[in-house]
Design a binder for this molecule. Structure first.
Ligand code: 5AD
Ligand code: SF4
Length: 438
């Protein structure tokens, strides 16, 4: 009988993309994916370490799997991703949840089939945590989640060491894929009916710095636009420190480069930005926004903001609110600061209480919501291009998709098919989405 597996993925698009590689391997091994944990022979959790909450959730779930394993001794349990790349966490899991069969880190994905076999053959927990990132391995199998949209890695790892962030410790140093490999992958996607790619990197703007060949992110973006035939090009994440005017021009001049930039600011106070080791000031950031809007006036801007970084005073927070007001983002992802063991910020004095963090978070959210709605209202009455994805989860009579500026549109119309670019007239604006008809 064919073996079945189920996989839960936490965290960012990198993790989603890694999960697609693991699915590719499992296809080759003859496994079938199921949503139903009860019928799975193999349970995989691809974990995230960026915030404590996600880690706590995973530990809770692993605990519950122990009971399942008692009833089903042949069940194989594998935990991978950023959380277990922290040796301390891997040891904790091995000690407290000895029924886990396999623990493997972010640098061990390429040997997943071997590791799985070892785990099947062994009574003990198999632990594979490469400390060093090693060379990029090309040509791994992949089964993509979507038929029309694809994630394409361009860099792995991060060199920035923002003081709150665990990523450089669990994803290693920054490595860029060769432009030829990226172009080849995207050409193949376009030939197979894909319309959209999102170029992925922790800091896409530093693409190419480690390559022998002189190539930067703007060069890569222009090549993807001109050589691959893909209809929509997105990228994430941009670091404000490395964002150049050449890049803004390339985005504005590009034909298929989407008019959306995710530009995490993290905080609006220079004192906090310095403590965060972000490498730019509030003034630099605001100039950057102005420069981007000069080149591309309709460019949607989104951001990430951390609330309650150690030592954040009411005055510092007011500077964040003021910056959010000045920039007027289309959307913002806001996070409560979460201390990550091993990062400098976790050791900083004046950690902020949960109560203050939550109160500030609410004020920030209320302000951002006003801006999101304001941007969305500007679109009412306009015709926009939407990539139709499928029926809406909440109302199956309505279709859902995204604009080039990455806004969700729920719309009605005749002959709508997933994977089609459709012109939709916007009829109503909500804070998080738009309504329309084609
Ligand atoms: N606490 C809260 N938010 C964090 N992020 C990264 N590390 C932390 C942390 N320790 C946020 C940043 C980043 C996003 C992906 O997650 O805003 O841009
Ligand atoms: Fe973390 Fe900063 Fe690197 Fe982003 S740029 S992954 S926030 S260290």
């Amino acid at each position: 009988m064919q073996k079945k597996y189920t996989m839960t993925v936490f965290g960012c698009q990198m993790n989603e993309r890694d999960a697609e590689t693991i699915r590719g391997f499992l296809d080759e091994l003859g496994y079938e994916e199921t949503e139903d944990v009860a019928e799975a022979d193999l349970i995989i959790m691809n974990t995230c370490a960026v915030r404590e909450k996600a880690e706590a959730k995973v530990l809770g779930r692993i605990g519950k799997l122990g009971q399942l394993k008692e009833k089903k001794p042949h069940l194989t349990i594998a935990i991978c991703g950023c959380m277990v790349q922290q040796e301390k966490v891997a040891n904790y899991i091995r000690k407290n949840f000895p029924f886990v069969d396999l623990i493997f880190g972010t640098h061990n994905i390429a040997s997943f089939p071997d590791l799985l076999q070892q785990a099947l053959d062994s009574e003990e927990t198999v632990v594979a945590l490469r400390a060093e990132e090693g060379k990029i391995v090309e040509g791994l199998p992949v089964r993509r989640t979507d038929k029309f949209k694809a994630w394409v890695n361009i860099t792995y790892g991060c060199n920035n060491f923002c003081s709150y962030c665990i990523v450089p410790y669990v994803r290693g140093r920054e490595r860029s894929r060769l432009p030829e490999e990226i172009i080849r992958e995207i050409k193949t996607l376009a030939e197979n009916g894909y319309l959209e790619v999102t170029l992925l990197g922790q800091n896409v703007n530093s693409y190419g710095k480690d390559l022998a060949k002189q190539v930067d992110f703007a060069d890569l973006l222009a090549r993807v636009d001109q050589e691959t035939g893909i209809k929509r090009i997105r990228f994430t994440t941009s670091h404000p420190r490395d964002f150049t005017e050449k890049l803004a021009r390339t985005i504005a001049d590009g034909k298929n480069i989407c008019e959306h930039i995710h530009l995490p600011v993290q905080a609006g106070s220079n004192r906090i930005l310095k403590l965060m080791n972000r490498g730019y000031t509030r003034e630099h950031y605001l100039q950057l926004v102005e420069m981007i809007r000069q080149h591309e006036p309709d460019c949607a801007l989104t951001t990430d903001i951390i609330v309650g970084f150690p030592g954040e005073t009411e005055e510092d927070f007011a500077a964040t609110l003021d910056l959010v007001d000045q920039v007027s983002y289309d959307a913002a992802f806001t996070f409560l600061y979460s201390p990550r063991s091993g990062t400098p910020a976790a050791e900083m004095p004046d950690q902020i209480s949960d109560e203050i963090k939550k109160e500030r978070f609410q004020r920030l959210l209320a302000l951002q919501n006003k801006h999101s709605l304001r941007h969305n209202k500007k679109l009412v009455g306009q015709k926009v291009e939407v990539l139709a994805e499928g029926p809406s989860k909440t109302d199956p009579t309505v279709f859902t998709g995204r604009t080039r500026t990455n806004k969700v549109v729920n719309f009605t119309g005749e002959n709508i098919e997933p994977g089609k670019l459709i012109t939709v007239e916007i009829t109503e604006a909500r804070t998080w989405s738009l309504l329309g008809r084609s």
